[in-house]
Design a protein around this ligand. Structure first.
Ligand code: ATP
Length: 199
């Protein structure tokens, strides 16, 4: 892929979706690794039947979909199962993302990654959306109505803020108003357009 592909990462509640929605509104194609991970195990997919063959038919819901909480429970307790799942899903997810990104007709495209710091071979630049932990907590409390303890567990399980920031080519500090975020995205969009132009 001879295209500018920018990864978007950030901790829970940092504002990855708020940011990617704004780039999308500017006409930029957005692929999302979490969506792709769901798309590749749709009922009828080879991957879902491979997973059912490995873990048993009761890993499926009555509607024939993947029972994600159940699978999470299994791989949490069983490293071999987790490795099997990672190996089985990696290729199909990458193929899915690659085809979405190659089909992009926007001047550049973006790939929303979860909170991880793992390098993704599809991207050639990384944008980190950053906010202080207190703000992450407050936003997720309001958005999901979940409790602080659950949110803190998720934050603790995600890579540390400084590890993410260390990999950033660009950073959006999402600490202000919605309007301030609009302005930051608009400025970065212009920067990416110029970057693409001069490459
Ligand atoms: P997750 O990792 O859980 O998917 P995320 O990084 O995608 O989270 P968002 O869902 O974009 O985060 O933002 C979390 C919440 O905070 C949302 O309800 C969003 O509308 C709100 N939010 C994000 N940025 C701002 C902002 N600058 N001003 C006000 N609210 C904001």
């Amino acid at each position: 892929m001879n295209q500018l592909i920018i990864g978007i990462t950030g901790g829970i509640g940092s504002g990855k979706t708020a940011v990617s929605n704004r780039f999308q509104a500017l006409g930029i194609t957005i692929a999302d690794a979490d969506f792709a991970a769901r798309a590749v195990v749709q009922p009828g997919s080879k991957l879902l039947s491979d997973i059912a063959a490995k873990f048993g038919q009761n890993i499926l819901t009555d509607a024939g979909e993947l029972n994600r909480p159940k699978l999470r429970g299994i791989i949490f307790a069983d490293n071999d199962a987790r490795r099997f799942l990672e190996r089985a899903t990696h290729g199909p997810i990458m193929d899915q993302l690659r085809s979405e990104l190659t089909a992009a007709t926007s001047p550049y495209a973006m790939l929303v990654l979860s909170a991880g710091t793992g390098q993704n071979p599809l991207i050639n630049r990384m944008l980190v959306v950053d906010a202080p932990i207190e703000l992450q907590q407050a936003r997720v409390l309001e958005r999901d109505g979940s409790d602080l303890e659950t949110i803190n567990h998720i934050i603790a399980a995600q890579p540390a803020r400084r590890e993410r920031l260390a990999l950033a080519d660009d950073i959006i500090e999402n600490i202000g108003s919605e309007q301030a975020l609009d302005d930051k995205v608009a400025a970065l969009h212009q920067f990416y357009l110029d970057l693409n132009h001069h490459d």
